[in-house]
Ligand binder design. Sequence first.
Ligand SMILES: [Zn+2]
Length: 423
Amino acid sequence: MVEPIRLLAKRLLAGPDLEPVLDAAILVEGSKIVALGPRAKLGEPADCVSIDLGSATLMAGMIDAHMHTFGVSSTGLHALPFEREPVRALTAAAELRELLHAGFTSARCLGSSVGPDLKRAIAAGFIEGPRLLAAGRFLSSTSGTWDAMPVPLAEAAASGEIADGPDGFRTAVRQRVRDGADFIKLGLSKGPGGDRYHSWGDDPARQATTMTVEEVRAAVDEAHRNGIKVSAHAIGDAAVNLALDGGVDVVEHGYGIAEETRRRLIDTATIVVTTISQLHFHRAAYDAFHYPAWERAVYERHWMAMKRDFERGLAAGVRFALGTDLIGRPTHPLKEAAMEFIFATEWGMSTRAALQAGTARGAEVLGLEATTGIMAEGMTADVIGLDGDPTADIAAVRRVSFVMKAGAVVRNSLPASGSMPQH
Ligand SMILES: [Zn+2]
């Protein structure tokens, strides 16, 4: 029997409301939190190992509800259909380890053929990474979100990423289930003919939908019968309404929408995953990576539309979860995922709401709300230690010094004495 671990720290953010507990302790047995609260109340059980994290704040491990394990250069995504999968998986594995060490104990890969295999390798303990849920390959119609020239049609069809008609989508969903997918990722929008940026489209206000409602319903029905949920890439008003009409569980991006559509999202309690980082890191890379003027103009239009609908959604009560849509090095390193918390607060979310959106709300997206995302008795011991109090200074989410995943310490960069420098 493994000895219980007692974590000690200056502060703990406990329960769904992130209630601050000072001079806190958490008792971990095996993979679970068995007790938590003020240190004086908890006492010191016999035979436990104490880890004193000094002035750190303890909170639930962060969750990236939308990322990718592409394992190709982010500046060369055209290589995705052709690059060998073993090297892609190994490359993505290195970045997944960094994501875990940055404090993310769970993540959802929303599109990559190697995602389900990485998930298995992590779950089996062969490689280090966040608890991964994976959608496997993207799924879109012929000429749909991820089916763009110049890939020859025969190659695109052979990739398994293309389906047409309700029966075609049922077959494709069954293939994903066979691959070990935990989620289905449907593409519902793209740029209309003539746009230079196919999958996101040149303008969020001028998007084409890529599936019929019958196709979406068939995919959703097949996924639900297999006990898995469906996420939709949906930009623009028609696509978000199509997602809702089709019974999709989670909306990705979800901007460029009308007020009535926002109302529908709220009335159905549908979660929208933010993905601010995707655009931020493109914008940050414009000069260093020589983005052409037309592509910069596209990202600027998306940035403004995303910001506008994030702000309106916040005011109206849309349920946001934090997802980065990070795609890997060199422009979009997975280890920068905590930046999403900072961007959300820069756009008006309170620090507390951002912390909840990146933990408990993320767990809800992943279907893991019964086991992670909240610091409470009986939950899986996914615990991180931060230098500072993130409810007062959100940037503290980037200063992770301790990571525990399911009761196992995967990172402790504090001095051996366990005390953190005061400042
Ligand atoms: Zn994505």
